[in-house]
Design a protein around this ligand. Structure first.
Ligand SMILES: [Zn+2]
Length: 261
């Protein structure tokens, strides 16, 4: 069955896995800039990473049979304050690229002021450029997840950003209902440290009236824990083809306005 993975770090995955995903039916993927870089980086390293996404990753995806689109952002950590400033200045020019379909990952992880300041600056850039956003939130079992998700939604509201154009990724069971009631798109990220595939399938099964607001993504496309596994689980739970395609194809296509037939 065809699908779109709306949060896939193709730069962190080897080609064999990407080919397997393409063979399993992945027609397109959205590559987000990571929420953090390990170590210390210069602004130039971040700009090079953006250029890599927009050039190499897009072309490399085509050579494996799928289309890649990109969301850009400045990582929460790894840059000096001057580096952050420089990236904020350069980002608008990169956002004009035809493969850019949004901004992200932006958001909060532990919720400290440094994160919040950058989150607000990037929310405003996304607003100025009329782009949807991928929001990184604390992972499923992170102790701070229930409080930080509320903090994230508050910041979005305070900055008057339309929640309908937000995908709140990395959902865990403890915050699923809260997220579903915000009006945002809710991302069920299926990955080794995030949601198991059967739990994501159950979330779709148990929320029939919220299926317009659910997407499935994989972060790292892991062969066991990725979107095809959720599709199989949804089929085994008795969901119909249109219902499965809604959360794995139609919703991400519409949300990011992807030019895919
Ligand atoms: Zn990610």
């Amino acid at each position: 069955m065809r699908f779109i993975d709306p949060h896939l770090h193709t730069d962190m995955i080897d080609d064999v896995k990407l080919e397997n995903l393409s063979m399993a039916g992945m027609e397109a993927a959205v590559i987000p800039s990571p929420h953090m870089l390990k170590g210390l980086f210069s602004a130039e390293a971040v700009l090079r990473l953006w250029r890599r996404f927009l050039d190499f990753e897009v072309k490399s995806a085509k050579s494996m049979g799928f289309e890649a689109y990109v969301t850009l952002s400045i990582p929460f950590y790894g840059l000096s304050l001057e580096g952050v400033e420089q990236c904020l200045k350069e980002l608008p020019e990169y956002l004009k690229h035809e493969r850019v379909v949004g901004m992200g990952e932006i958001g909060l992880d532990v919720g400290i002021e440094d994160e919040a300041r950058l989150f607000r600056a990037q929310l405003n850039l996304a607003k100025d450029h009329n782009l949807p956003i991928i929001v990184h939130t604390p992972i499923r079992l992170a102790p701070q997840a229930p409080t930080v998700i509320k903090q994230i939604v508050n910041v979005i509201k305070e900055e008057n950003f339309d929640l309908g154009r937000v995908v709140l990724d990395h959902t865990g069971e403890s915050t699923l209902d809260f997220r579903l009631n915000t009006g945002a798109m809710v991302g069920l990220s299926v990955c080794h440290d995030k949601m198991p595939p059967e739990v994501a399938a159950e979330a779709v099964l148990n929320n029939p009236d919220k299926r317009d607001r659910l997407v499935i993504n994989s972060e790292l496309g892991d062969s066991y824990f990725s979107v095809p596994r959720v599709i199989m689980a949804m089929r085994m739970m008795g969901l119909k083809r249109e219902e499965i395609e809604k959360v794995t194809f139609e919703n991400p296509k519409k949300f990011f306005n992807l030019p895919i037939d």
